[in-house]
Design a protein around this ligand. Structure first.
Ligand code: MG
Length: 256
């Protein structure tokens, strides 16, 4: 199932998106998409809605250096254990919403990533049980002020600006994420191209590691790390992140 959130002619709603590409229907979900969603009976053509970020997370946890080739391009080896950091939920924006480069940074990078959306409250989840707590998967761009990441020595500012976590266009449930392509294009030029099978820590291992620290809540988002090929974006460009089997997340870039 494809789960999304749209601004429809009747207001903002969670929806199930059905039908062939270009002719999709958005069926309104009553309340929220967790558990066993029920439907109101209202529906719209997806083209008549504006697609929003598919979820409003209470927190975003991200994994650093989860692909060896990206760790190498950052000038080191990947650490043995997952390195995690947080992005504020206020950094989330949906498809088509501009990524705003702050005047305080001279280099703002794209990082295309597979994102996991949590489906129920959980703590201390063994890797083998991780699929039980996953609602589905979406596409993320872990936008980073690279100069500030280096300057600060920790990453809250560099990763935390408003608009620095584009998510979408929707969540795909019942999805096998173990070996799918992750690609990023800047103005149509391929910049990142890898596969999730090259992740150093699997989704199950990541959920076990993170949930050992903190309770995860429905809608929380975990970014699984970016492959090699990161680089800067400037105002006027358009960045597209695709995950095979999910979709493509496109955002323009502007200066504040
Ligand atoms: Mg990242």
């Amino acid at each position: 199932m494809k789960l999304g959130r749209v601004a429809s002619p009747d207001g903002v709603a969670f929806v199930a998106i059905e039908g062939p590409e270009g002719q999709e229907t958005a069926r309104e979900i009553a309340e929220h998409p967790f558990g066993d969603p029920t439907f109101t009976g209202r529906e719209w053509k997806l083209a008549d809605t504006r697609v929003l970020a598919p979820i409003l997370a209470t927190k975003i946890i991200a994994i650093g250096k989860n692909y060896a080739a990206h760790a190498a391009e950052m000038g080191g080896e990947a650490p043995a254990d997952p390195v995690i950091f947080a992005k504020p939920n206020t950094s989330i924006v949906g498809p088509g919403v501009p990524i705003v480069r702050p005047p305080s940074s001279e280099r703002v990078d794209y990082e295309g990533e597979l994102a996991v959306v949590i489906g129920r409250p959980c703590k201390d989840v063994p890797a083998a049980k991780a699929k039980d707590v996953i609602l589905g998967y979406t596409v993320a761009n872990d936008v980073t002020a690279r100069d500030q990441q280096a300057h600060d020595g920790q990453w809250t500012r560099a990763k935390g600006y408003d608009t620095f976590c584009p998510l979408g266009p929707w969540i795909v449930t019942d999805f096998d994420s173990t070996d799918v392509a992750v690609t990023t294009e800047l103005d149509g030029v391929r910049k990142q191209s890898s596969r999730t099978s090259l992740m150093l820590h699997s989704v199950g291992d990541i959920i076990e590691w993170v949930s050992r620290v903190m309770t995860l809540l429905p809608g929380d988002v975990i970014l699984t790390g970016t492959p090699e090929g990161v680089g800067p974006m400037v105002a006027g460009q358009s960045v597209s992140v695709s995950v095979e089997g999910i979709g493509t997340l496109v955002n323009p870039v502007i200066d504040k």
